[in-house]
Design a protein around this ligand. Sequence first.
Ligand code: BGC
Length: 746
Amino acid sequence: MNLFQDKIKQLSHPPLPKRGKEEIKVLVDQLMDKMTLREKIGQLYQAAPEDAHIEGLHFDDSHATAQSIKEGLCGSILGIHTPENAYQLQKIAVEESRLGIPLFFGLDIIHGCRTTFPINLAMSCSFDPERIEEASRIAAKESAHTGINLTFSPMVDVVRDPRWGRVMESNGEDSYLSRILGRAYIRGYQQGDLSDNTSIGACVKHFAGYGAVEAGREYNTVDMSDRHLRMYHLPAYKSCVDEDCAGVMASFNVINGVPASCNRYLLTDILRNEWQYKGFVISDYTSTFEIMNHKITTDKKEVAKLCLHAGLDHEMVSTHYITYLEELVKENEVSVQTIEKSCRRILTFKYQLGLFDNPYKNIYDDPEQYMRLPEYRKAALEMAKRSIVLLKNDNQVLPLSRDKKIALIGPAAKTNHVVGGWGGLGRIEECISFSTGMENHGYQIAAHEGCSFEGSDNDGRLMEEAYQLAQDSDVILLAIGEPDSLTGEASSRSALGLTGRQLELAEKLKKLNKPMIGVIFTGRPLDLSWCAVHLDGLILGWYLGNETGNALASVISGEYNPSGRLTISFPRNVGQIPVYYNQLPTGRPSSTGGPGDLFKSCYTDIPNSPLYPFGYGLSYTTFAYSNLSLSTDCITGEEEAVISADITNTGNYPGKIISQLFIEALSFSVSRPVKEFKGFCHTDLEAGETKTVQFAITRDTLSYLNINNEMTPENRTYKIYVGSDSTTKNYLLLKYELSEVPKTNL
Ligand code: BGC
């Protein structure tokens, strides 16, 4: 029992009053009238006590964070996730600081809190916003019982370079999908009502363009045209702003020469002026300090001034604001009004959360009873099944019947380190390993690691043991990939192969001439070219969180017919990066797609196409599209065309297909991608069944930023495709005619 449990037990959690915008504005004004300049500046600082994670820690008077809170020099806290620690700090804020302004507590809850869901990239492969909303709702409910008020999620950076370890946090390479999924996360966290006792604020990140770091190297530079930024990177952040996300996090990177944390074009011109964003902007962890490493200035005081003027409200960890802003005001370098604007945004968020009504709203004495409820685990399992992508299934080697003798070999066979990066409050011991999942599903398996992920077993003893064990099997399941420690922040890789000696292990087992199925554990697209050729079946298992083993076994047994689709292209090798479906055409397109199509745009050694393209994924059944039809061949103004297609389950299993809508402009005033993803829908079909799918096409669907920087479809003709992945060739032509804009007499 910790020191504060008795006190926490006495806390109550009544529903909080719902306050409208106007009411909150008045309350903030009244409070700000009482605040000194120093206290206003204090609200702009987020502290991250190093020892925040130590349960039962006593934040006594000598503790630096406790001191700053008492002095009114701290607005929020990063990293706290136990009720005791949150309680202590909040108590200091409300009882011992002059005005008793409550703190808010922020933490990275990225793909689940205690119930861990698949990594975000995996979840995106479900193309299922409803289930993603459910996952983030569950994450919010759990978080809201551990003291957390804000999560640094969703991450909607568009990523085309799998070398970047943070690709695992993203929704993949497409901005349209990321827009839709980003909003789903926010609805789940916030429910449109931050004052609800089970809501937490969502802070979208990393604004902007962090997914495009050069060479996939963490914390690296981004440089791109404004058109590119606006067409591919900004829309997903914008959609989160439209969904009323509480916060926006400025990214680490320099973009077009200016670090995001002091980038006025991004933080003020676009975010505030163009998008009318009303929430707060927070820096990334010490990203303001790093402005000096970017060699924008050598002076810390200048950092404070640059960031505040750019539109950054809240400094994460770095202390330039609390150290220098008062001085800058005295020197007339910064106005009080600018500081007040930022302070107002932080206080508004606190009022929206209801922290002034109940500063302890998320603090409960027994959080455990709210964690991993049976319905949460069920949702995590469903999400995990839908995140799996079947990449190869020669001779219908899958599903596997239970009478087969299975050798389950590889470093991921028995491990329960299957959460992936950013595991929230997830616990390894609560994860179902692959082997346990197989046993739970009634399979007789012999499991062996075969080698480590890292390649430390240099004498090959493990490999030999696995080889001997596999001799006695009917089929080999290879559980291979990259370790979960290589997924997430600071995990950039220059090579994308299986790590350590796993390829050697696979080659050795291949000599046994048995059916072999690879199950790939990874946080990113790996180079799977060997596997694609030599394995009979290939399942992309990602890192699936708590229910990993159960979800995999459910797909392997056929109990769940795989339906996931890739949201990021898998390259053939590192040299092919970036490879993505919506590339621009080239002046010399290769008709063969390479290799060696002389004087055409291709490689001499590999095809241009990725190993597996965006949208790709197999099922145990097969599907066929027919009767593609358009309601009209020309639309104008706000008219809508509807494209329909019949889809038939032509195989022997019931299954789900995710149909995808793409467009291609035949001409335009600027070069446009060979295909643009514009819609998707899920259809469940019994064997032999046919259903019709429909997509609406409007001006919006066809619009692109033209040569005059207008979002318009122009007067152009488009190919409208419906199919099962980005290589689909089923299309019909649709013309768009601009309507005359009526002139009004003023
Ligand atoms: C990451 C952010 C994260 C922050 C706080 C940073 O290093 O880039 O994504 O939200 O830390 O944990």
